[in-house]
Design a protein around this ligand. Structure first.
Ligand code: PRP
Length: 193
């Protein structure tokens, strides 16, 4: 990109030149989170939620969803390693950080930034269900249905995205780009494709 698009002016110059295009602008993410938070608040009215964010990608979704909820919610995090390559996961999952709290009898909402093959979430859901929560549901900002390898119940979905490599709003490449307000695609040369 010879000249940054106006909405990318906030980016570090080193990132700007790697951005191909804005796929989901920050304003659209915000509007969609308003809608999802309203849905969640209605569905869980009268109960108390436990948001379980999956590190690290989900940090912004957890924060921005939590601020919009009209029901009481506690927050906890899990960190998992998916033993994949830089851009795909293998389904072999190892827990790097477990929950700090017990979830038996509680209403758990797993919060993800993206569900791709679904292998990470499939493992996590089985693991969490074995702890006998009252309910477990999933909210994911993004889903890539064309890449799914396992059938998963995702109750709340922000956006369906095509099979392109996306970063921003929590999503990274080699730990970079997570702090972008928009979700963008990178030029293939930026991630070695
Ligand atoms: C991403 C994302 C999901 C997982 C989805 O995490 O946050 O947890 O991959 O892929 P899958 O559906 O194919 O299993 P990643 O392993 O990139 O870690 P990060 O959140 O720390 O960036």
């Amino acid at each position: 990109m010879s000249e940054a698009e106006p909405e990318l002016a906030y980016l570090p110059v080193a990132y700007r030149e790697h951005v191909e295009r804005v796929l989901i602008p920050a304003a659209d993410i915000s509007t969609r989170l308003d809608e999802l938070a309203a849905e969640v608040s209605e569905d869980y009215a009268g109960t108390e939620l436990l948001l379980v964010g999956v590190l690290k990608g989900a940090i912004f979704v957890v924060a921005d969803l939590h601020r919009r909820l009209a029901v009481p919610a506690a927050v906890d995090f899990m960190a998992v390693s998916s033993y994949g390559s830089a851009t795909t996961s293998s389904g072999v999952v190892r827990i790097l950080k477990d929950l700090d709290t017990e979830i038996e009898g509680r209403h758990v909402l797993v919060v993800e930034d993206i569900v791709d093959s679904g292998l990470t979430l499939d493992y996590l859901l089985k693991n969490l269900r074995s702890r006998r929560p009252a309910t477990v549901e999933v909210l994911s900002l993004l889903t890539k249905p064309s890449r799914r390898e396992v059938d998963l119940p995702i109750r709340y979905v922000g956006f369906e995205v095509p099979d392109v490599f996306v970063v921003g709003y929590g999503l990274d490449f080699a730990e970079h780009y997570r702090g972008l307000s928009d979700i963008v695609t990178l030029k293939p040369e930026a991630y070695g494709a």
